[in-house]
Design a protein around this ligand. Structure first.
Ligand code: ACO
Length: 332
């Protein structure tokens, strides 16, 4: 039997209703709307209400993706998240049960902001290996729960949300077929973005700030610029494609300046960038599926477009993949 490709068959997204705009942040942090807009491109972000978790958001997005795919069935669920509801166990089984899919294979993938691309590759492997025929891939992060509310270097940047796709077994020549993939990591730079405590190395710290994200923004910025461009070129090379064949570049929404710098390095016109960072901020593993859902919903991403997905995140991790956009409907 020929190796089965993973074909995108459904897409859904969910955002918490609470909008926090830059103006609101200036009332509690030493920052300004102008600084946040010009340095990051972010105008507002969504933030979960207390009690709303990564699992809740993942279920809401997953339900929409299953409806978009026209079938409630999935044989496996891969949840990309760096903010599971508990350090143990993984959150994916609860997402599966919440969707009426108890019993299926379900596990988390943690590659932080690259998590969705890593989860797509994992799901594509399950399909190629004959382990599953339909896989629900969800990116869900309540990243604001990792932030020190007094830290002006992280609070303006991150938001919460979830996005999901259904992948089904199909032919590599079909619209929606994913691949090839390009994935990388560099653990020696883990300290650039880290939550020092709360894990096996230091379960509890007397210093409360150790339980929040510490980010060396400028170093991360430089790495993201270089790695997303490198990986985009690598995946294009593997596919035998040129940059000018790409209709839409859907990059991890970390900073508008990073997206534009990557476009410049690739020689890609800026009007091919999919950008929704101004309304959602950096939503970590949810970033790419949220951007896809927005662009498919407003018609800027259309069936037949050749799409490059590229992400970069803590770890460090980064990666890219390609697909031709299929005919999928997305609920608002
Ligand atoms: N408001 C006002 N001033 C600020 C703020 C703020 N919110 N934050 C920092 N500043 C100040 C700094 O203190 C600094 O002041 P100084 O010059 O007097 O020292 C000045 O602004 C410039 O700060 P930099 O950090 O050098 O600014 P930079 O241009 O690098 O932008 C930013 C900072 C937006 C964080 C940028 O570095 C960035 O986007 N980095 C990438 C972040 C990222 O992508 N993180 C997520 C990766 S994905 C993941 O896996 C989680």
């Amino acid at each position: 039997m020929p190796i089965q490709a993973a074909v995108l068959a459904g897409l859904g997204a969910w955002l918490p209703p609470r909008v926090v705009d830059n103006e609101e942040l200036t009332r509690r942090l030493d920052t300004s709307d102008e600084w946040i807009r010009t340095r990051t491109g972010i105008h507002e972000r969504r933030v979960v209400d207390p009690g709303v978790s990564t699992v809740d958001m993942a279920i809401a997005a997953g339900r929409k993706a299953l409806r978009s795919a026209g079938s409630e069935r999935a044989d496996a669920l891969v949840l990309a998240t760096a903010t599971p509801d508990h350090p143990c166990p993984a959150s994916a089984p609860q997402v599966a049960s919440g969707l009426g899919l108890s019993g299926i294979a379900a596990f988390d993938v943690n590659a932080v902001c690259s998590g969705f691309v890593y989860a797509l590759a994992t799901a594509a492997g399950l399909i190629a290996g004959g382990v599953a025929e339909r896989v629900l891939v969800v990116g869900s992060d309540a990243f604001t729960t990792l932030l020190d509310p007094a830290d002006r270097t992280t609070v303006p940047i991150f938001g919460d949300g979830a996005g999901a796709v259904v992948l089904r077994a199909g032919s590599p020549d079909e619209r929606g077929a994913l691949g090839p993939f390009d994935l990388h990591s560099e653990g020696e730079l883990a300290e650039l973005l880290v939550v020092p405590a709360g894990g096996a190395k230091q379960r509890v710290s007397d210093e409360p700030r150790d339980h929040f994200l510490v980010m060396r923004g400028t170093a991360v910025f430089r790495q993201a610029n270089a790695r997303m461009a490198e990986s985009s070129l690598a995946v294009l090379d593997r596919a035998g494609m040129k940059v000018d064949e790409i209709d839409r570049f859907v990059g991890h929404q970390a900073n508008i300046r990073i997206l534009k710098a990557v476009a410049r390095q690739l020689g890609l016109p800026e009007d091919r960038l999919v950008v929704n960072i101004e309304r959602v901020g950096n939503t970590s593993a949810a970033s790419i599926p949220l951007a896809l859902a927005d662009a498919a919903g407003d018609g800027s991403l259309r069936a037949g477009h050749r799409v490059l997905l590229s992400a970069f995140g803590a770890g460090l991790t980064w990666g890219s993949t390609l697909l031709t956009w299929p005919d999928v409907t997305v609920e608002p």
